[in-house]
Design a binder for this molecule. Structure first.
Ligand SMILES: Cc1ncc(COP(=O)(O)O)c(C=O)c1O
Length: 375
C-alpha cells in the first residue's frame, strides 16, 4: 500500500489517475504517441483539452458568461497578471485587497507594482472573537468590516490560506458592501474543486492546479467575459486574457501534460459523484481531524472555528521539543509530509480531495498513540 501523503502541494493525486497516466504514457489511446509528444494543435490534444474544459465546467457549474483559461506561471504569476489585466478596466488604477495570511499578502505586494493598491481589511492583528483571543492571521475579517473603494477596479481575497489554514467561503454581495461595480477576484488555489463555488458572487476565480486539480504547471482561471479586454499596454501578450481566451488557451504552447493529467483528475472526480459528493467526504475528513484536535490537550489548532480550513489543518504539539520525534515516527508509520510551513512551525495536514477518510483516520490513530506514549 502507498503511504498517506499530507503535502500542501504539489500533493497527493488519485492512484487511479496515476495508474491511467502510466498505462497511457507511451501510447495514448492507440495513436502511437505519448501525450507529451503530441502537437498541441493536433486532433488528439484538442480532444484532451476540450474534454478537460467541459468536465471542469460541469463539475463547478461554471456559468456560460465565464471563460475558462488554462494558463502557466501558477497563482504567483496571476498575482501580476490580474492587475495587468484588470486595474485599467475603469480608469481608476485602484484595487483593494483583503489580507488574511501569507498568500493574500503576496498577492497584495505584487499588485503594488501596478497601481494604487489599498488594504480593504486585515486579520494581521490579534482579535477577540466569540469570547476567545485569536492570534494574527488565525481569523478572517467579517465582510461588513471591509473598506472597499467604490471605484476600485476589483477586490481581491484568498479564500483558502494554505499556510494559516483559514478558509472563507461566504463571499459577499458587493452591492451590499456599497461597491456594486467592484468584481471580487478570488485566489482559490488550495480548495478549488473541494466544494461548490458561487460564481454569481465572483468576477474571477483562479487556482494553481497542484493541490486538488492535478500536477503543477497549469493554472485554472475562471473570468467573467466582460472583465476581459482591459489589459494595460505593458501586459505581456501571452498573459493578456483576450489573447488567451480567443485562442482557447492555445495562444502559445500550453502545459499539455499537466492539462491532460488535470483532465484525468476531473474524470475521476465525476466518478466520485462530483463536487457535492467530494464535499461530503471532505466534511467527514475535517470533522474527524478537528474533532480529535479539540478533544486532545496534547495538540491544538489555532484557527477561529467558523473559518477553519477543510483542506489545510495546521496543528501544534503542546511540547514543541517533540516535533522531530513526531515527524520521524509519522514517516515510519507511512504518514508523509506533515511538517508545518516554516513561517508558522508545528505540523500541517493537508487533506485534499485525493486523500481519503482512511488516511485521516490513520493519522488520528497515530496521533492518539503518539500522545499516549509521549503525553
Ligand atoms: C493559496 C495559494 N496561493 C498562491 C500560491 C502560489 O502558487 P504557485 O506556487 O503555483 O505560484 C499557493 C501555493 O501554495 C497557494 O497555496
Amino acid at each position: 500500500m502507498r503511504p498517506w501523503n499530507f503535502s500542501a502541494g504539489p500533493s497527493v493525486l488519485p492512484l487511479e489517475v496515476l495508474q491511467q497516466a502510466a498505462a497511457e504514457m507511451t501510447d495514448w489511446h492507440g495513436c502511437g504517441m505519448s501525450v507529451m509528444e503530441m502537437s498541441h494543435r493536433g486532433k488528439q490534444f484538442m480532444q484532451i483539452r476540450d474534454e478537460a474544459e467541459a468536465d471542469l465546467r460541469e463539475l463547478l457549474a461554471v456559468p456560460d458568461d465565464f471563460a475558462v483559461l488554462f494558463m502557466q506561471g501558477g497563482a504567483t504569476a496571476e498575482n501580476a497578471i490580474i492587475p495587468l489585466n484588470l486595474i485599467g478596466r475603469n480608469g481608476s488604477g485602484k484595487a483593494d485587497y483583503v489580507l488574511s495570511g501569507s498568500w493574500s499578502g503576496k498577492s497584495y505586494k505584487e499588485a503594488g507594482r501596478y497601481g494604487d493598491i489599498a488594504v480593504a481589511a486585515s486579520s494581521g492583528e490579534a482579535a477577540v472573537l466569540d469570547g476567545a483571543q485569536q492570534a494574527p492571521w488565525t481569523w478572517f475579517p467579517a465582510a461588513d468590516s471591509w473598506r472597499v473603494r467604490r471605484d476600485a477596479a476589483y477586490l481581491h481575497l484568498c479564500s483558502n490560506e494554505t499556510i494559516g489554514g483559514v478558509e472563507f467561503v461566504d463571499w459577499p454581495d458587493m452591492a451590499a458592501l456599497g461597491a456594486p461595480d467592484v468584481p471580487l477576484v478570488v485566489d482559490a488555489s488550495s480548495h478549488i474543486l473541494s466544494r461548490p463555488v458561487d460564481f454569481s458572487r465572483a468576477g474571477m476565480v483562479y487556482a494553481g492546479a497542484q493541490k486538488n486539480a492535478g500536477p503543477a504547471g497549469v493554472t485554472l482561471v475562471f473570468i467573467r467575459r466582460d472583465l476581459i479586454g482591459h489589459a494595460l499596454p505593458i501586459c505581456p501578450t501571452a498573459f493578456d486574457y483576450v489573447n488567451v481566451a480567443e485562442a482557447q488557451s492555445m495562444f502559445n504552447t500550453p502545459p499539455t501534460y499537466a492539462i491532460y493529467v488535470a483532465g484525468l483528475v476531473f474524470k475521476w472526480l465525476k466518478k466520485q459523484g462530483g463536487v457535492a459528493a467530494i464535499e461530503r467526504a471532505n466534511i467527514a475528513k475535517a470533522r474527524t481531524l478537528y474533532g480529535y484536535l479539540d478533544e486532545s490537550s496534547f495538540y491544538a489548532n489555532p484557527v477561529h472555528r467558523p473559518v477553519r480550513s477543510r483542506m489545510n489543518v495546521p496543528f501544534i504539539l503542546a511540547d514543541e521539543s517533540l516535533n522531530g520525534a513526531f515527524l520521524a515516527e509519522a514517516e515510519q508509520a507511512g504518514l508523509l509530509q506533515l511538517k508545518g510551513h516554516k513561517s508558522v512551525g508545528g505540523m500541517r495536514a493537508s487533506i485534499y480531495n485525493a486523500l481519503p477518510l482512511a488516511g485521516v483516520q490513520t493519522l488520528v490513530d497515530f496521533m492518539r498513540d503518539f500522545e499516549k506514549r509521549h503525553g
